[in-house]
Structure formats: C-alpha cells, structure tokens
Ligand binder design. Sequence first.
Ligand SMILES: Cc1cc2nc3c(=O)[nH]c(=O)nc-3n(C[C@H](O)[C@H](O)[C@H](O)COP(=O)(O)O)c2cc1C
Length: 172
Amino acid sequence: MNKIEISPKEGLLTLPGFPVILVCIGNNILTVAAFSFFSFDPPMVMIGIVPNRYSFSLMKERKSKDFSVNIPSRNQLKHVKFCGSKSGRTVNKFKETGLTPQKATQITSSLIKECPVSLECEVVHTIQLENTTHVWFVGKIVKAHKREDYDRMQPMLYWPQEYRKIGEVIKE
Ligand SMILES: Cc1cc2nc3c(=O)[nH]c(=O)nc-3n(C[C@H](O)[C@H](O)[C@H](O)COP(=O)(O)O)c2cc1C
C-alpha cells in the first residue's frame, strides 16, 4: 500500500508512545512523557520540561541541579494525572496525593517511595534551542532503586492524549 503525505506534526503523532514518569525536582512532582534513554555507559537519561512549568523555575533556582525519575505503576494513574495537571506553585503534590517523599542518597531532590523504581540523576547537560517547546535536561544516573517485585509490565506509555499498557514480549 502507498503511503500518503501527512504534515510534520501528524508525523510526530504517529510515534508509538513514551514512558510516563513522575519527576521530582526538589520536593515538587511533575508528570513527564518527554523522557528518553540517552547513554548506556555511563547510564544517562533525559527529560524535556516546558519552561512555563514551576518545575523548570525550580531547576533554574536550585543550586544542586538534579532530579529523580520515578516510574509509576498502572494503578498509580490517578497520581500521574494529578501531578500532570496541578502546579506546585499552588499545591503541595506530595501532600495532596498522599505519596511519600523519600530522601535520596546522592541528590537533593526527593524520591517517591510508592513508585517501584526511582533513579537519582545529576544534570550534566542542558539543551535549549530557540523556538522549541521543551528544554532538555540530560541526567547521569548516579544511584538507582528498584522494588524486588518490579515487573516491566507495570509502567505506562503516553502519546498522544492516551495512556497505554506495555505490550507482550515478541518471541521470535
Ligand atoms: C501524561 C502527561 C505527560 C506530561 N509530560 C510532560 C513533559 O514531558 N514535560 C512537561 O514539561 N510537562 C509535561 N506534562 C505537564 C506537566 O506535568 C504539568 O503541566 C504539571 O502540572 C507541571 O507541574 P509544575 O507546574 O508543578 O511543574 C505532562 C502531563 C501529563 C498528564
């Protein structure tokens, strides 16, 4: 079958989905889907934050440039939606969700106790291009924590405007 031409924006929307994570910068939580693996060795990831977010101003203000990546389970979708719609400017998201801030060992930002995976990341690089929507923070994973019963089916994918379950392993 022939391919039809679509707009660049529609092209972007054909992408399959991105892992939904809860990011802490300091003691604030925001939901992030602009999240990617960056390097295997050393292990690095990156997060894209829109500059009008409170989290962005926290990252700019804070002396320690770090963040935690917390992977929520599917059953934590209500927290994902809450942290992805309310601003830390007006609410304390730990308090409102009942999630528990946990002290990290290598960074100053909190971890989320209830998430089955937490990664402590130090910002090693920032990518900010003019006239683009997100500023990207590349973070080196300096410490990682996983619940023993963590299962890679637990996380969710997001894009565009819908959440998805992780699919089956393809057996060839
Ligand atoms: C599923 C989902 C994914 C999101 N992904 C991002 C993202 O990658 N980057 C971003 O800046 N905002 C993202 N947001 C929006 C922020 O989480 C939201 O604006 C939040 O309220 C910002 O909180 P803050 O003002 O406390 O920083 C996402 C929201 C949802 C629901």
